[in-house]
Design a protein around this ligand. Structure first.
Ligand code: PLP
Ligand code: ZN
Length: 410
């Protein structure tokens, strides 16, 4: 189904000016961020039609800003499992806990969702090269989708990013520009490249389209719960894009009549050493103070100047949510607990949502009987160097006696 441009357009979040279906990300009147909007008739799709489609993020076609399906770059992102986590719930002292396991995406993080959409749009706009600014996971996702689309890809990311993430992106064929600086330095360089070299940087000039891919995580959660929201969704947060997009997806599911009530307390988790959104929320401030020197091992969430920070603050207030920062140790411990109770192996940044539930329950900010969905956004295999030294490992000679000796000690 090729769609008319009139059904999808960009709109300024601040002043409401509309922009048609163009490659732009900032309002020329007020410098506000642009976001995709849809004519209400675009959302005319039923639950059963969606349920009959392939298990992929693209099953929510009516909610995505692509016009021609032949431009789709689909390597299998989305429709990841939503699993009931009873053993973990017990350990955290809650009764109804679910995990949205986005480690099971083609490049092992949720970033495949926005990348799949952004690279499809790059194709639709006829761009000749693409790229991204990345804290690590987006690099692999953008590089993989560019490889599948046959487009050259340029990745800007801090030199300090975990080795596996660097190798992964390089092996998909991307050109890597490792910046001696922070993510925010890399992001500024990527923005320059977007302007000067007419490149489609997925999270800069393609951003209004890119974030729409992340919306599918919200749509999937409500579908997988039987077309309803949980009480709370807990989201690992850096720029605030995923956090805001999930809420947008849930709201649009209500607009489309797929769910009857979109209320859900959106809960934002950031690492203590880089938590500008949490800080503004806790101080009840309307100003997000940039963090110039992030101080955390959770590099995937180390964004000091969050591009969607103000939007995330609005979502926190509108949804009645809460924001919390966690120490590096809490994130690593949460990753270990998640692996050992549920068999889900996440990076500390991906498991920060679990650490958040633990802390908020202890502090009495989350009720024990709330129905909670923790988004688990990236795989632990990419951050193996951050994981605790394993216990329960013995090196033995190849003899049955050695095995017997070990077993006797259990
Ligand atoms: C594993 C993981 N989770 C969550 C996020 C947060 O995404 P956002 O920048 O949309 O807030 C990132 C960002 O890179 C990430 O790598
Ligand atoms: Zn504007």
């Amino acid at each position: 189904m090729v769609l008319s441009e009139a059904l999808v357009f960009l709109e300024c979040r601040e002043c409401g000016k509309t922009f048609g279906h163009v490659l732009a990300h900032v309002c020329d009147e007020c410098f506000g961020a642009l976001e995709a909007s849809y004519a209400p008739s675009r959302f005319s799709v039923s639950r059963s039609v969606i349920e009959g489609r392939r298990p992929s993020m693209w099953r929510y076609w009516e909610f995505l800003p692509l016009l021609d399906p032949s431009n789709k770059v689909d390597i299998g992102a989305g429709y990841t499992p939503l699993i009931r986590a009873e053993r973990l719930a017990k350990r955290l002292g809650v009764t109804k806990l679910y995990l949205k396991n986005d480690t099971l995406n083609p490049t092992y993080s949720f970033k495949d969702r926005p990348s799949s959409l952004a690279i499809s749009k790059a194709r639709e706009f006829g761009l000749k090269a693409v790229g991204c600014a990345s804290t690590g996971n987006l690099a692999g996702a953008t590089a993989a989708h560019s490889a599948a689309a046959g487009l050259p890809c340029y990745v800007f990311m801090p030199k300090s990013v975990e080795k596996a993430k660097i190798k992964q992106a390089a092996l998909y064929g991307a050109q890597l520009l490792l910046v001696e600086g922070t993510y925010d330095d890399a992001n500024r360089l990527a923005a320059l490249a977007a302007d000067r070299l007419e490149m489609g940087i997925v999270n800069v000039n393609l951003r209004p389209y890119y974030v729409e891919g992340s919306k599918t995580m919200g749509l999937e959660i409500v579908e997988q719960l039987g077309w309803r929201t949980p009480d709370r969704i807990v989201v690992p947060t850096a720029s605030g894009a995923l956090f805001s997009a999930i809420f947008k997806g849930v709201g649009e599911a209500e607009q489309a009549g797929l769910i009857s009530d979109s209320r859900v307390a959106m809960t934002c988790a950031q690492p203590l050493g880089c938590s500008p959104i949490v800080q503004a929320f806790r101080e009840k401030s309307d100003t997000i103070k940039p963090v110039r020197h992030p101080d955390t091992i959770v590099q995937s969430l180390a964004i000091g100047e969050p591009g969607d920070g103000y939007q995330a603050l609005r979502v926190l207030r509108e949804s009645g949510g809460v924001a919390v920062s966690l120490t590096d140790d809490e994130c690593v411990e949460a990753a270990a607990l998640l692996a050992s109770t549920e068999g889900v192996f996440a990076e500390p940044g991906g498991a920060i949502s679990v650490a958040a539930v633990k802390r908020l329950v202890e502090e009495g900010e989350i009720g024990r009987d709330e129905e909670i969905v923790c988004c688990v956004t990236g795989s632990g295999l990419k951050t193996i160097e951050l994981m605790p030294e394993p216990s329960g490992v013995r090196i033995i000679p190849p003899s049955i006696d050695a095995v017997k000796k070990v077993l006797n000690t259990y």
